[in-house]
Design a protein around this ligand. Structure first.
Ligand SMILES: Cc1cc2nc3c(=O)[nH]c(=O)nc-3n(C[C@H](O)[C@H](O)[C@H](O)COP(=O)(O)OP(=O)(O)OC[C@H]3O[C@@H](n4cnc5c(N)ncnc54)[C@H](O)[C@@H]3O)c2cc1C
Length: 303
């Protein structure tokens, strides 16, 4: 039986793994992949110690450091359910097996929210994307639309402007929600056009995307943009469904934690973007992961 199972492979899980292994706990880390949200960031400029680096490269460095420690890792394995065996034993069930443990840290991050409009599912991978870093180069000299005017949308727009001939940002509200710093940057790129008060209705095409139907909210006749790519940047959802029967979630399905990363079940801790912490950033996720591991250590010591 493990002392601790860490679920996830982003900055929160990696730093939890490092801290727990250094405390000599018997640890298993289970992750679908190392390609969490961080690996989708084109350029990280706000992590101390590195001036700038792609999220993918920084994630590789994190994983390299993790693997120097003594812990077991199961990658390409997804957790499906967590169950109670007894008061002191939990079972983590994956798509490949099941494992017993005294405690768990959930650090499974978030996934992009869907728009729920016609054409979205049909054209995923055929013009519809959630990752500019991964797919940006495919849109060289093409016209693209980004749905969402928050930080994610504007970062995506700046990245795509390096390849695309024209970049539209479509925002439902009357103003962009992104940080002022990003809004200033966007204004300096002439090929980016901002459209506010816009409701997106349908992604069109035959085999690949050829257009996007939208409507100005007030009043609205349907209009169509000729584009070859649609990037979704309307927010994200917490990856918490596999523990929803064990721990309390908030309305946004984030796992509720206290200042010691404890959930409503004393054996289960959570860290990073899957939890209800107020800011979602790499340094915060990494810090929360370390803190969760130290809190698990204290919990196990007092059993
Ligand atoms: C495009 C983009 C740009 C960003 N830019 C920046 C930036 O410049 N600076 C910054 O500080 N932050 C940035 N962020 C935010 C940052 O990436 C996140 O705050 C951070 O990655 C959260 O880390 P995490 O470990 O909580 O979760 P994640 O990074 O989401 O990692 C979650 C991990 O859990 C795994 N997982 C999920 N479900 C399961 C399951 N059921 N079983 C097993 N494994 C599972 C996933 O495969 C993944 O490896 C950006 C985010 C995005 C999307």
């Amino acid at each position: 039986m493990y002392d601790l199972i860490i679920i996830g492979g982003g900055p929160a899980a990696v730093s939890a793994g490092i801290y727990a292994a250094r405390k000599k706990l018997k640890v298993l880390l289970i992750t679908k992949d190392w390609a969490g949200q961080m690996s989708k960031a084109a350029l990280i400029e706000n992590y101390p110690g590195i001036k700038e680096m792609s999220g993918f490269d920084l994630m590789n460095k994190f994983v390299e450091d993790l693997k120097k420690n003594e812990l077991e890792i199961k990658q390409e394995e997804a957790v499906k359910e967590v169950k109670e065996i007894s008061k002191s034993e939990l079972e983590v069930i994956t798509d490949k097996g099941s494992y017993q443990t005294k405690s768990i840290i959930v650090a499974t991050g978030r996934r992009p929210k869907k728009l729920g409009i016609k054409g979205e599912d049909k054209f995923i991978g055929k013009g519809v994307s959630v990752c500019a870093t991964c797919d940006g180069p495919l849109f060289r000299d093409k016209q693209v639309a980004i749905i969402g005017g928050g930080n994610a949308g504007l970062t995506t727009a700046l990245e795509l402007a390096e390849y695309a001939s024209k970049v539209y940002i479509l925002e439902y509200m009357s103003e962009l929600k992104a940080d002022g710093f990003l809004q200033e940057k966007i204004k300096q790129v002439s090929k980016i056009k901002i459209m506010t008060n816009v409701k997106t209705l349908e992604i069109k095409g035959e085999h690949f995307v050829t257009g996007l139907v939208y409507q100005y909210r007030n009043p609205g006749n349907n209009k169509e943009l000729v584009i070859q790519g649609v990037f979704l940047a309307t927010g994200s959802l917490a990856n918490s469904s596999f523990v929803k029967n064990m721990v309390e979630l908030n309305k946004g399905e984030e796992i509720k934690i206290d200042s010691k990363n404890k959930t409503s079940d004393q054996r289960i801790f959570a860290a990073g973007d899957v939890s209800n912490i107020s800011h979602k950033q790499i340094i915060i996720a990494a810090g929360e992961g370390a803190k969760a591991a130290l809190n698990v250590y204290d919990y196990l010591k007092n059993l």
